[in-house]
Ligand binder design. Structure first.
Ligand code: HEM
Length: 506
C-alpha cells in the first residue's frame, strides 16, 4: 500500500474516533437527557442494549428492572429513551387521543413498515387504525361468533381423536391452530382460511412459524439489514439461520393469500362480506394508496402473527393453572355444568361472560401470563412530560413495560400465584382493573381485545365443559418467561404445555 493511501486510511480512522468521542461526550454531558439517572455506558451507546438483547438473548428487559432497583423509578435506559417504573403513571403516558402520542419508529420496526402497528406518525396511524376499528368492536366480534363456534367444534373433534389415540397434546399448538384458522378467516374470508383444523391431525406448523418470527424480532430490530438480506436471499438465510425458513414460509403463505383476495371473483367476494381485507379492498372510502398490496400484506402479517401467538399462549397458560389447581378446576367445572347442563350445547360468549368465576379466571390468566414483554415507547411530540421532579423534554421516547405492572407485588400480592379470587369482589375489581394492562392503553392500544376475550371465554368454556385433562410432564419451567422477544419466551425448547385428555364428558 502506498504511503499516501496509508495516510488517507489513518485520517479516516482518526476522524471516526473523533466523531465517536464527540457523540459519546455529547450524550453524556450535553444531551437533554444527560441529567437523568442510569448507567453511563447505557447512556453512551446502544451497544449496551444490543449486548443484553442479542448476545445474552432477550435479557435487556430484566436489566432495565435491575436499573430501576439501583436508580429509582425513572431511568435513562439508552442514549435516547427514558423508562418509567410506576404503574400510576401509565394513564399519563398511554393517554387517549386528546394528548398526542407518537410511536418510536426505531422501536416499532418489526419488518412490517406499513402495518398499523409500525406506523409512527399520529395522523397516519389514526387513519390506518380507523380502517380496522369497526372489525374489532364488540358487536362485530359477536357477529363473527358463529364462525368461532364452527372452529371450536373442529377443535373439539381433534381433542376427541387425541383422547382415543391416548397421545400427548401441546395445548399451545392446539390453540394456535384454532387462532390461525379464526384470524385467517376473519382477515381473508372463508376461502383464505389456513385450514389447520381441517387436517386429520393438529400440527405445530403455525407455532414453529410464529415462534421463529418472535425469536428473531429483537435481532432484526437491532440489525435491520438482516431482514432485507433474509428476504432477498431466503435460501442462504435459511442455511445460516435454519429457523428463517419458517419465517419465510409464513410470509409466503400470507403474501399468497393476500394476493388471492385482490384477484377474487365476485362470488368469492360476496362470501367474504364482513371480513377485513376483502371489505377494505372493495371499499371506496379507503384510498388506493392505503389499499396497496404491499401495505395490506404488512397489515395482514401483523394480524396473523401478533393476533394468534399472544392469545394462544394466554389460553394455554391459563389452562395450565386451572389444571394444576384442583380447587380452581372444580369450582369452574361446577359453574360451567350448572350454566350449561348439556355439554354439547353451543356456549355463547354472552352467557359465558355472566359466569363470575370464569370472568375472574380470564382476568387472572391475562394478568399472570403477561405474555407481551416488550416495552412500548411513546413520544409526546409537543408536551413536556412531568414525572416527580423530572421534566422529560417533548420528543423523547418514554416507555413502560406491561409485564412488570401485571406482576407488581404492591398491586397484586403474591403476583406469581394464580388467584382468580382477587377479581371476585366489586371493590377489588374497581381498584385492580386499571392495572390490568396486557393490551396497553390509549389511542394505540391493542385492537384485538374483544376478539381475545371472546376466545378466552369460548375456548376455556368448551375445553373444561367437554373434556378432562391431566398435565403430561409439564412444569413451571414450561410457562416461565425468561426471554423478551417482544412476546415472552421460555428457555428454548420448553415452550410446550403438554396434556393428556383422559375423559370426555359427553
Ligand atoms: C392475549 C392477547 C393479546 C395481547 C396481550 C395483545 C397485546 C398487544 C399489545 C401490548 C399491543 C401494543 C399496543 C401499544 O403499542 O400500545 C398490541 C397491538 C395490536 N394488537 Fe394485540 N394483543 C393480543 C391479541 C390480539 C389479537 C387477537 C389481535 C387481532 C386479531 C390483535 C391485534 C393488534 C393490533 C392490530 C395492534 C396494533 C394496534 C395499533 O398500533 O393501533 N391483538 N397488542
Amino acid at each position: 500500500m502506498a504511503p499516501k493511501d496509508i495516510l488517507c486510511l489513518l485520517s479516516i480512522f482518526i476522524a471516526l474516533i473523533l466523531v465517536i468521542t464527540w457523540v459519546v461526550v455529547y450524550r453524556l454531558f450535553f444531551s437533554p437527557l444527560s441529567k437523568f439517572p442510569g448507567p453511563k455506558l447505557a447512556a453512551a451507546t446502544q451497544l449496551y442494549e444490543l449486548y443484553f438483547d442479542v448476545v445474552k438473548g432477550g435479557q435487556f428487559l430484566w436489566e432495565v428492572e435491575r436499573m430501576h432497583r439501583e436508580y429509582g423509578p425513572v431511568v435513562r435506559i439508552n442514549p435516547f429513551e427514558v423508562h418509567i417504573m410506576d404503574p400510576d403513571y401509565y394513564d399519563t403516558l398511554y393517554a387517549g387521543s386528546i394528548r398526542r402520542r407518537d410511536k418510536d419508529p426505531w422501536f416499532s420496526f418489526i419488518g412490517l413498515p406499513k402495518s398499523t402497528f409500525s406506523t409512527a406518525p399520529h395522523g397516519l396511524h389514526r387513519l390506518r387504525r380507523n380502517a380496522l376499528n369497526r372489525f374489532f368492536s364488540k358487536q362485530s366480534i359477536q357477529d363473527f361468533e358463529p364462525t368461532m363456534h364452527e372452529k371450536l367444534e373442529l377443535l373439539s373433534e381433534h381433542l376427541c381423536r387425541t383422547m382415543k389415540r391416548n397421545s400427548v397434546l401441546d395445548l399451545h399448538s392446539a390453540y394456535l391452530c384454532f387462532a390461525a384458522d379464526t384470524v385467517s378467516t376473519y382477515s381473508f374470508g372463508p376461502s383464505g382460511c389456513f385450514g389447520y383444523l381441517d387436517n386429520s391431525c393438529l400440527t405445530d406448523d403455525w407455532k414453529k412459524k410464529v415462534n421463529s418470527v418472535f425469536e428473531h424480532l429483537i435481532l432484526v430490530r437491532h440489525i435491520p439489514p438482516l431482514l432485507h438480506i433474509g428476504r432477498n436471499f431466503p435460501l442462504l438465510a435459511s442455511l445460516l439461520v435454519p429457523k428463517f425458513s419458517y419465517i419465510n414460509a409464513a410470509e409466503t403463505q400470507i403474501r399468497a393469500t393476500v394476493r388471492k383476495i385482490y384477484d377474487m371473483s365476485e362470488d368469492a367476494e360476496s362470501k367474504s362480506a364482513g371480513c377485513i381485507l376483502p371489505t377494505i379492498a372493495a371499499s371506496s372510502k379507503v384510498s388506493t394508496e392505503e389499499k396497496d398490496l404491499r401495505r395490506m400484506t404488512d397489515e395482514a402479517t401483523f394480524l396473523m402473527v401478533a393476533g394468534t401467538d399472544a392469545p394462544s399462549q394466554v389460553l394455554a397458560i391459563t389452562m395450565f393453572y386451572i389444571l394444576r389447581n384442583t380447587e380452581v378446576y372444580w369450582k369452574l367445572r361446577n359453574e360451567l355444568e350448572t350454566a350449561f347442563p348439556e355439554p354439547l350445547e353451543t356456549m355463547s360468549w354472552n352467557k359465558l361472560e355472566r359466569i363470575d368465576y370464569l370472568s375472574a379466571i380470564v382476568k387472572e390468566g391475562l394478568r399472570i401470563s403477561a405474555v407481551v414483554t416488550t416495552r412500548l415507547p411513546r413520544i409526546a411530540p409537543d408536551e413536556t412530560l412531568v414525572y416527580g421532579k423530572w421534566r422529560i423534554p417533548a420528543g423523547t421516547p418514554v416507555s413502560m413495560s406491561n409485564h412488570f405492572i401485571l406482576r407488581d407485588e404492591n398491586i397484586f400480592p403474591n403476583a406469581l400465584e394464580f388467584t382468580p379470587e382477587r377479581w371476585m369482589t366489586v371493590e377489588n375489581r374497581r381498584s385492580l382493573e386499571r392495572y390490568l394492562v396486557p393490551f396497553s392503553k390509549g389511542s394505540q392500544s391493542c385492537l384485538g381485545q374483544n376478539m381475545t376475550y371472546a376466545w378466552l371465554f369460548l375456548a376455556l368454556g368448551m375445553s373444561i365443559r367437554r373434556f378432562e385433562f391431566e398435565l403430561a410432564g409439564t412444569s413451571d419451567d414450561n410457562i416461565k418467561i425468561v426471554r423478551d422477544c417482544f412476546n415472552g419466551q421460555t428457555v428454548p425448547g420448553l415452550n410446550n404445555i403438554n396434556v393428556r385428555i383422559t375423559r370426555k364428558l359427553f
